[in-house]
Design a binder for this molecule. Structure first.
Ligand SMILES: Nc1nc2c(ncn2[C@@H]2O[C@H](COP(=O)(O)OP(=O)(O)OP(=O)(O)O)[C@@H](O)[C@H]2O)c(=O)[nH]1
Ligand SMILES: [Mg+2]
Length: 388
């Protein structure tokens, strides 16, 4: 069928990038494809010529998920013309991020890269990315959000979705997502050493997120690019990919916790809600304290309850090492959550005075709305499962 030019790969296996490489090749560039038969030839020729002109030795690795339009076959037909091209035809698994890692496990050089196969990533930027990857830099990202970069013709909805996804990532994993201006970029280079020892678990589309979160990354460089319009073929982006992204974020954020710690964390969080509400009712109804005082004291009791239990029980032995550390951190959390508590008092009073809600209803609304924010804020200061 293809004269041995195509390597058949069966997906679904654990992917480990080894530290072995053939120092003779400067860069191994993976091109993930699914139904890109109309785009692949132009792109491969351009990449080969641009890299050749720049004196960059390279290999181009097309990883095709057994496309019905036989992209793998079209690519294989180019190997005589472009001898640096290799073609993997993967069966039994599909997905952009896992295709990229699959390609990297077959790569030979010290520098690994990825570029879309549909021509939307301008190949010239690769030379800038390579130049940006100096000795101290482990990742070079092509960014749409730097001066000189952009998207050609995106609808307002797509822009909003993309920026919303980025903002959510920033909230959940600031230390990872905040390292680059375009964490959603699918066009970047990474040094093999930075990801070789790590186990990558690619989910969905966002392979850069995985690399930044799990890799051992010292410095990140960026170069601007304009995301071009697709000229042939169809986008493979589906609403499901947004769910994959959420799953990916949650995985990076929560999964590093062992299941016992997770169960204890949830137990503390849920009982804290009960402690908060019960204290409020006791102070307000039982002791006849006024609304603001009752809500403030109940909040304070819940903060102390949560922080102490997380420290002494849920994450025992993991967080503060000495008593002094513990006190210092407790004060830090106290300060941050104190501000939030002040916000809660304002919300409760506004709900009662302006919207004429009953005191308990107002308290419960504020509790439901602000507790997640408190946990997010508290988690920054008390424990840190992922590198975010
Ligand atoms: N191997 C493989 N490649 C994929 C898969 N899904 C998408 N791709 C490729 O990944 C690249 C990016 O996919 P696109 O669908 O173009 O996504 P996008 O560029 O982010 O979005 P658009 O602007 O809508 O095109 C293209 O080269 C696709 O062919 C997949 O499941 N497996
Ligand atoms: Mg595309």
């Amino acid at each position: 069928m293809t004269g041995g030019a195509v390597v058949d790969v069966v997906g679904g296996q654990a992917l480990q990038i080894t530290s072995d490489h053939d120092g003779d090749v400067d860069v191994s560039l993976v091109i993930p494809t699914f139904n890109e038969a109309g785009n692949i030839a132009d792109l491969v020729r351009r990449l080969h010529s641009i890299l050749g002109d720049a004196g960059v030795s390279h290999e181009l690795i097309v990883v095709d998920d057994d496309s019905p339009d036989r992209t793998w076959e079209v690519a294989a037909g180019l190997i005589d013309e472009v001898p640096t091209l290799r073609v993997l035809r993967r069966t039994g698994e599909s997905g952009l991020a896992s295709a990229v890692v699959c390609g990297w496990t077959h790569a030979r050089s010290r520098v690994l890269g990825v570029i879309d196969g549909d021509g939307q990533h301008p190949p010239e930027v690769l030379v800038e990315l390579l130049a940006a990857l100096d000795e101290r830099t482990d990742v070079a990202v092509a960014s749409r959000h730097l001066p000189g970069g952009g998207v050609s013709n995106w609808s307002a909805t797509r822009r909003l979705l993309s920026r919303g996804a980025q903002a959510l990532g920033l909230l959940l994993l600031p230390g990872t997502v905040g390292r680059v201006t375009d964490p959603m970029s699918g066009y970047f280079l990474v040094r093999r050493e930075a990801v070789a020892a790590q186990e990558l678990h690619p989910v969905g589309y966002k392979i850069l997120l995985e690399v930044l979160a799990r890799g051992d990354i010292r410095r990140v460089a960026e170069a601007p690019y304009v995301f071009l319009e697709r000229e042939r073929g169809e986008s493979k982006v589906r609403p499901l990919h947004y769910l994959d992204y959420l799953r990916h974020l949650m995985r990076l954020r929560v999964l590093p916790l062992r299941s016992q710690a997770l169960a204890r964390y949830l137990a503390v969080t849920l009982t804290a809600l009960v402690v908060d509400a019960a204290t409020f009712v006791w102070l307000f109804d039982g002791l006849d304290l006024n609304l603001t005082r009752s809500a403030a004291l109940a909040g304070e009791v819940a903060i102390l309850y949560t922080v102490l239990l997380l420290d002494l029980w849920t994450f025992a032995g993991r967080v503060a090492r000495t008593a002094l550390d513990r006190i210092r951190r407790l004060l830090g959390v106290q300060l941050a959550l104190g501000v939030l508590l002040f916000g809660r008092l304002m919300v409760i009073n506004a709900l009662v005075n302006w919207f004429h809600l009953g005191p308990l209803a107002a308290f419960l609304v504020a509790l439901a709305a602000m507790t997640p924010v408190g946990h997010l804020l508290g988690s920054r200061l008390t424990w840190r499962p992922a590198r975010g």
